[in-house]
Write a protein that binds this ligand. Structure first.
Ligand code: X8Z
Ligand code: ZN
Length: 578
């Protein structure tokens, strides 16, 4: 008979070896990918792809071995590591080497195609990148120009489409070989519950917030109709190019068009930052200062030496903001093409949230160096950014002099950012889950995309879209193989965290006025969550920060309660002929 300790020892040894090799392969892959993302050339593309091949190869080899361990006999820590092992795969490579290499090259190259895309709007002579085009989407009120820019950018989807179709096939193949139903099921298995239970969980959260979204949508539609006339239907989807953002994912860009009071917002953060001549580095210093005020350590000197904060003039880069952890210890960095705007000010907090999480779980064993689930990773920096209130801006000297209180304006702007986002955060993966499951064949990609956009967001394309287009491909995370429902979860969780941290700091007032700035007690709570990494199932991590074990949108609803009452009154008045 086998002695009872034997399986446990074997399992522990296997996981130990896996963690050692994974660390080496991950560091190598991160460095290669950093060089690629900050200097796109055919060579760096190949270096990044082959480093990814090696990392995926190591992961799959150990995942297969771990799946043969007998679960009953291993201790809980080893069992958790064995469970997480296949789930850390960003992508499951097929066993066939040629097909595995084809898959990694497809993903790297789709990302490059997206990053290099340009369009020359009809009133310009030079081709603009996504940032230039997004600025027009934000600032222009000319529907024809907006439509031109929208259509021009979305052409990138069409060029990504053939690669995407092949990627779906190969990624599914790899996922199935590992025992998952398809690649979408692999993604949905990362939440310490069955994939089907997770889908239901997401729907439950959406049901909680949907009435608030509907109220915002009706209000915005009514106000836009007053500006654009019949181009905006009285009772139907809003055209996607009129919402101030390339994907209509957040609508704060149209705040001036829908503001409760006419005139400039007293808290226009972009204006405050520009007026002071704030530099990109100073923007990051403000965000770092917030984390430090909570009792967390300042960023290491290497962060400042190695991060990419602005778009380099002379080479192609991936401008989409991201946070990196190069050595899984202390070499954290961000990569952003910072512009001096309120939106980027908040995004920098978002990115530093990732870096502070990475540092805090750096002492954990390799397989636990991750967030409780990916929604937690996305929620940390946003939670801190919720504390960027007018009161906070005053404390750090960005807002000075007497300003008129505009509570509704502040809340409406936050809702245009956060509430408008919710259905978008949900539908990208609703669409991809169906695609990976084979329920949506390539011929249906675009029709189904727009059916979901109508159903969840209540928006429509500016012009009828051909089934040959691939509009989902015009959003970064689709060609880049980054799951998206994490952002939906983060938009719920950040309000749950915000409420819990405010209460921990001793603040008892309305949630939208509260800031945890300077609260060491809030910092301790947050720090405890971050340090746990992925060592426990996420309900335990949620309990550590909030005392609650379920994700729950009541924090969000409480935050926006005064706005909701106002929106509903506005909508009632409008429907009575207002
Ligand atoms: O991709 C991001 C971050 C990097 S993790 C900048 N976000 C989503 C997006 O831009 O679409 C943050 C909010 C949603
Ligand atoms: Zn993020």
């Amino acid at each position: 008979m086998v002695p009872p300790e034997a399986p446990a020892t074997e399992a522990a040894r296997l996981l130990e070896a896996a963690e050692r090799e994974l660390l080496v392969a991950s560091v190598e892959q991160s460095r290669a990918d950093w060089v690629y993302a900050t200097y796109i050339t055919p060579d760096t593309e190949e270096l990044s792809s082959s480093a990814l091949d090696r990392l995926l190869g190591v992961t799959v080899r150990y995942a297969r071995q771990a799946s043969r361990l007998s679960p009953a006999s291993v201790d809980p820590i080893v069992a958790r590591k064995a469970k997480l092992l296949p789930l850390i795969l960003p992508l499951a490579p097929p066993a066939d080497t040629a097909r595995a290499q084809e898959l990694t090259r497809l993903v790297t190259s789709m990302q490059g195609t997206y990053a290099k895309a340009r369009y020359t709007p009809r009133d310009r002579t030079e081709a603009l990148d996504l940032q230039g085009l997004s600025k027009i989407m934000l600032e222009s009120r000319d529907p024809e120009l907006l439509q031109d820019v929208w259509v021009g950018w979305h052409a990138v989807g069409r060029s990504i489409r053939p690669d995407f179709e092949r990627y779906v096939l190969l990624a599914n193949e790899g996922a199935r070989e590992l025992g998952f139903a398809d690649n979408g099921a692999l993604w949905r298995s990362r939440y310490d519950m069955a994939p089907e239970a997770f889908s239901r969980e997401v729907d439950r959260l959406w049901d909680q917030v949907r009435p608030l979204y509907d109220a915002l949508h009706s209000y915005v539609r009514h106000r836009l109709r007053a500006i654009y006339g019949d181009a905006v239907p009285a009772d139907g989807p809003i055209p996607a190019h009129l919402l101030g953002n390339m994907w209509a994912q957040s609508w704060e860009g149209i705040f001036p068009l829908v503001a409760p009071k006419p005139g400039p917002s007293p808290y226009d953060l972009t204006k405050l930052l520009v007026e002071r001549g704030t530099t990109p580095e100073a923007m990051v210093r403000y965000a770092e200062g917030f984390f430090v005020s909570l009792g967390l350590d300042p960023l290491p000197p290497s962060f400042w030496e190695r991060s990419m904060l602005v778009r380099p003039r002379d080479r192609e880069v991936v401008c989409h903001a991201s946070a990196w952890d190069l050595d899984f210890a202390n070499d954290v960095r961000i990569k952003m093409c910072i512009e001096i705007t309120g939106e980027d000010f908040r995004t920098i907090h978002h990115e530093l949230g990732h870096n502070y999480y990475q540092r805090a779980y750096g002492h954990q064993p390799f397989l636990f160096r991750d967030s409780a689930h990916d929604g937690f990773h996305e929620a940390v920096g946003d939670t801190v950014a919720l504390s960027v209130t007018p009161g906070y801006l005053r404390r750090i000297g960005l807002l000075t002099g007497p300003v008129e209180d505009d509570e509704l304006g502040f809340l409406l702007e936050r809702a245009l950012e956060k509430i408008a986002f919710l259905p978008f955060g949900l539908l990208i993966d609703k669409w991809r889950w169906e695609v990976f499951a084979g329920q949506v064949p390539p011929a249906e990609y675009n029709p189904r995309w727009w059916a979901l956009r109508a159903q969840y967001q209540g928006i429509a394309p500016p012009t009828p879209r051909d089934a040959a287009e691939f509009d989902a491909g015009a959003k970064f995370h689709v060609p880049s193989n980054v799951p998206y429902v994490r952002y939906f979860l983060a938009h719920i969780l950040q309000f749950q965290f915000h409420r819990a941290l405010l209460r921990a700091s001793g603040y008892d007032g309305p949630l939208h006025r509260g800031s945890i700035y300077g609260s060491k007690e809030a910092g301790r709570r947050l720090g405890a969550l971050l340090a746990m990494g992925a060592s426990r199932e996420w309900p335990e991590a949620l309990e550590a920060i909030s005392g609650e074990r379920r994700m729950d949108a009541t924090g969000l609803l409480e935050y926006f309660a005064p706005l909701r009452a106002w929106l509903e009154a506005q909508n009632r008045a409008a429907s009575h002929g207002g």
